[in-house]
Design a protein around this ligand. Sequence first.
Ligand code: FES
Ligand SMILES: [Fe+2]
Length: 443
Amino acid sequence: MLRQKIESGLLPQWVLSDPDMYELELEKIFGRTWQFLAHESELPEPGCFVTRWIVNDPVLVTKTKSGEIKAFLNSCTHRGTHLCAADYGKQKSFTCPYHGWTFNLEGKLIGVALGDKVYGEEMKKEEWDLRPIPKIGVYQGMIFGNLDPNAMPLEDYLGNMKWYFDILLARSDGGMEVKGVPQRWVVQANWKVTSENFEADPYHVQMTHRSAKELGIAPKDPFFPGYGHQVVLENGHGINVITADATGRSPFPFQGMPESMWPMFERNLTSEQLELMRNAIVFVGGVFPNLGFISFSAPPLEGETNIYNYLNFRVWRPLGPDKVEVWSWFMIDKAAPEEYKEKSYLSYLGTFGPSGILEQDDAEIWARIAQASGGLMARDKELSYNNVLNYLMGLDRVEPDETFPGPGVAYPICFLDAVSRNMHKYWLELLIKDHSIAEGVYR
Ligand code: FES
Ligand SMILES: [Fe+2]
């Protein structure tokens, strides 16, 4: 039934609130896909660490003495409490707060409190090392983990998203850096709603964010941000390359970044990538299932008219069928002038930070979707109330634009549900995939 609905551009509303569906998603989707953990700039030196989550699995990410990135289940092998309770820091080893076992940055058990006296010399310490996250992958400084030891390599999973990541993450010498720590807040929402909002839904901007238009943070044109291209990528990923208007030329090239940086972009990008970077005013998209990003330009809201670009990555960490913890990273080019970085941070705070004008608009709507999806009528699986949600925009009407310079299937409009439909298809594919038999075989 789900497949038939999804193929016709519909999604039954019960999947946004059903507890059994949520449990299945945890196992089949979050237990199998690449999950973003941290950016390398958060671990600048040996000994640096951050603590993160892959949904319900606490993760300790470290940089070892030799500079290698490692990730472990942040759970002591003695009795299981969090080994490290801090968000981030720098140290040579971790001592468990419960009974004092100590592990090094490589996850080795190196000290047992009163060890020989209480366990005897025969205790084999090497059997009690931290449990590594089964797979780790890094692309352009983005560190991912995967709980599935048989998962495809990260680069294969990202697929053509890498080409767009190169624009966002590798345009500058030295790459990007995270400023501060990721901000976190909890919204009442289903993770699919938040993921889709970033990856696939420029259409909501004209209404939800109307006040931003009225304030001049976004172009007033009612069709904005429908201009540009919506690009469908493999494995449920997608991106919207948004232009200011139908001409496709940006009124502020390179998202308002200083002219002094332009030659660097020319050096680091291909001519096709450079073309998009010069003309797009927003890149907004997602890596399935729950990593969203936006490269956005706005004035820093202090009466200033200059435009400041920033890159915001966010993980939508599910805490239940109707709850998401948002993890939001601010990133900017390491090579940008310091003053630009400061202004860019203000621009982020005023727009997509937790108190940003655009962020608050969305959070309100998402909560109401969660509320409306939890009642008896919306949860009816027989669909006797015709309670399917509408993903029909552009279905069988909009043809791909073969002249678009980037990879993927690019449609010449961003008010479109092509990426949403692609997400739903991949979501279902993962849900029905049977991992108990050989990899790649479907039930
Ligand atoms: S639980 Fe960590 S030392 Fe006992
Ligand atoms: Fe929004």
